[in-house]
Design a protein around this ligand. Structure first.
Ligand SMILES: [Fe+2]
Ligand SMILES: [Fe+2]
Length: 340
């Protein structure tokens, strides 16, 4: 992807300032350096980084600022595609939902950032909102380059319940990014997509990893500094967010089943999209393992003292264990039947 660093980005005061300094034609060396810096980061603050402490909070915001990748959507060179690949890409059932998700995420994160008093967290979340808008720009450029037919975008409305909207967006990103990491690796291995296109989206994928790293550490900080009497209500809301996400995804999975193989715009693509990105037959536990491996790989370069998202990887591990148990039961049943 066309991207470039400069040390001034690391200390830039405002988001507008960063944006007005994105480079047009970075050198290869610069590209490699910024890519490395976006994936490897450790705080120079010594000792443990305990959520609720000034050190943990400062390190979280510092991580987000210093791993920024200053690529510019308007200079991305979109590769020319042969008709089969073009069709494969334009018919993926994700483009409307992807553009709208980024638009919603930008607004929700910016709205929540505006509510926060703490300057470090405010800065980190505002930058995250800005990066979501850049994702939207990248997607808009791709849609235009390949002439993908899009539904009209809805009006993006400020959320009424800002904290709820931020929690939904944050936890959704944790789920979607986890599965997207695996699907992205699968797409790369399949050879069905041109390498230049994979490379173009690679920094976006890594950026989502940074986003969920920020969310996990914001969440740990938020819990730690919250007055104790507010905590039960907050935890109830977290449970309600997970219930909402499960309902949303199960509902969509059901509608996919009813439609057979018909491709529709699919909010659940990150969970059900393997068939669209590869012609290799991959079983669910194998896909879960790939997602776990990719998740671990993408997080491996960041300070291990920062918190990682844990719920979606735990769900994937449970699915793998459940599948192994099911296989064992089936083979026992078969043996028992053969012996009878
Ligand atoms: Fe995004
Ligand atoms: Fe994101």
């Amino acid at each position: 992807m066309t991207s470039a660093p400069h040390s001034s980005f690391k200390s830039a005061k405002s988001i507008e300032e960063i944006y007005s300094h994105l480079p047009d034609a970075p050198s290869q060396k610069t590209l490699e350096r910024v890519d490395y810096e976006a994936r490897h980061w450790s705080s120079d603050i010594p000792g443990p980084l305990k959520p609720g402490t000034e050190e943990h909070k400062r390190a979280t915001a510092q991580m987000f600022r210093e791993t920024f990748n200053p690529y510019k959507p308007s200079v991305i060179p979109w590769p020319e595609l042969d008709p089969v690949t073009l069709h494969r890409i334009t018919s993926l059932p994700i483009w409307d939902i992807a553009v709208q998700t980024e638009g919603k995420a930008r607004l929700r994160m910016a709205a929540y950032a505006a509510m926060i008093d703490d300057p470090d967290m405010k800065d980190a979340l505002s930058r995250n909102a800005w990066e979501e808008n850049r994702h939207k720009e990248v997607l808009s450029k791709l849609v235009a380059a390949y002439n993908i037919q899009m539904a009209p975008e809805p009006e993006y409305k400020e959320p009424k319940d800002t904290e709820w909207a931020y929690l939904v967006t944050g936890f959704s990103e944790c789920v979607d990014s986890f599965f997207a990491f695996g699907l992205f690796a699968l797409a790369e291995r399949s050879g069905l997509f041109p390498l230049e296109l994979i490379e173009t989206f690679e920094p976006v994928m890594q950026e989502e990893c940074r986003h969920i790293l920020l969310f996990a550490n914001w969440l740990a900080w938020h819990r730690a500094v919250m007055p104790f009497w507010k905590r039960p209500w907050f935890e109830l809301r977290v449970i309600a967010v997970w219930a909402f996400l499960a309902y949303e995804r199960m509902g969509l999975a059901r509608s996919m089943d009813d439609n057979g193989n018909e491709q529709t715009q699919d909010n659940n693509f990150t969970v059900s999209g393997a068939k669209d990105v590869t012609d290799i037959d991959i079983k669910v536990p194998e896909l879960m393992q790939l997602c776990l491996d990719e998740d671990a790989r993408r997080f491996s370069g960041y300070d291990p003292r920062l918190r990682r998202p844990t719920t979606t990887p735990a769900i994937a591990r449970t699915i793998i264990k459940g599948a192994k148990f099911w296989d064992k039961m089936q083979s026992r049943f078969r043996k028992h039947k053969a012996a009878a």
